[in-house]
Design a protein around this ligand. Sequence first.
Ligand SMILES: [Zn+2]
Length: 292
Amino acid sequence: MPSSFFKKMNSLLLAAFFIIAAIFFIYSIYFSNSTRLKFDQITLRNGPGLTYSKNGILKKNERLETIGKENGWIHLKSQDSKTSGWAASWILKNGNKKIDKYGNISQATIVLDPGHGGSDPGSLAKANSRDPKNFEKTYTILTAKATKKALESTGARVIMTRDSDKLLWPLSKITNISKKYNADAFISFHFDNFEIQGVANGFTTYYDNGKNSFQLAKTINSSFNDLPLQNRGVEVGDYYVLRETTLPSVLLEMGYMNNPDDFKIIREKSYRKKIAADLKTSLVNWFNESDQ
Ligand SMILES: [Zn+2]
């Protein structure tokens, strides 16, 4: 046979070899399920969520195999000790320093819901105003964003029902987000109004009776005692986002838009930062106290 045929065959074989090697290389990067635990230890749970009981500990440098994924949680098996269980995927990235410092909240999923948005401005600071600085929706999202930042510093996974100026309608769109992420706590942010301008003042923490939310509402509300507005306490509130959900949920009314004294404080960045810091403190405590 002519030598050019062999040359062609050789180059074809070579090309095929490189293509197969490349496919294998990409496959091994994308589908590799073996890794080593990089930090001291991690507690595993019986299922993909914080509410499942603890069932084992993996130690540093154990070779891990991923055997499943659900709700942002990973089902891990140790090849060394034969231990298996679920861990929050974001914890594997963050390391265990946050777990040591803040405890359970590092493995929690918290949904923050900035009330209103889009065509729904919420309460108005001045009747008939068209200026967004007088709209409730402007302050609900600013407060939720400040809270997200504070909570994420604990390692928690924080999900916003909206992070731009849009309307979530029907309201089941809001409650479905908690279901989708199998969330551990839900907080809705609002600012009040009263029919007669300037009459009512202060903030209220609402929860839905009959759910596992009273303790959460109480813990959050008592952390708010350092806020500059009057604390109107904890109350049962018949709101869709609390009623149509099964996870611990609260709705915060953080002051009266149409009370000029309240509104002056609502507009201050320092007020939002205080709310965010209080929520961080109270949720860290609540997640540690309600441990399985
Ligand atoms: Zn509202």
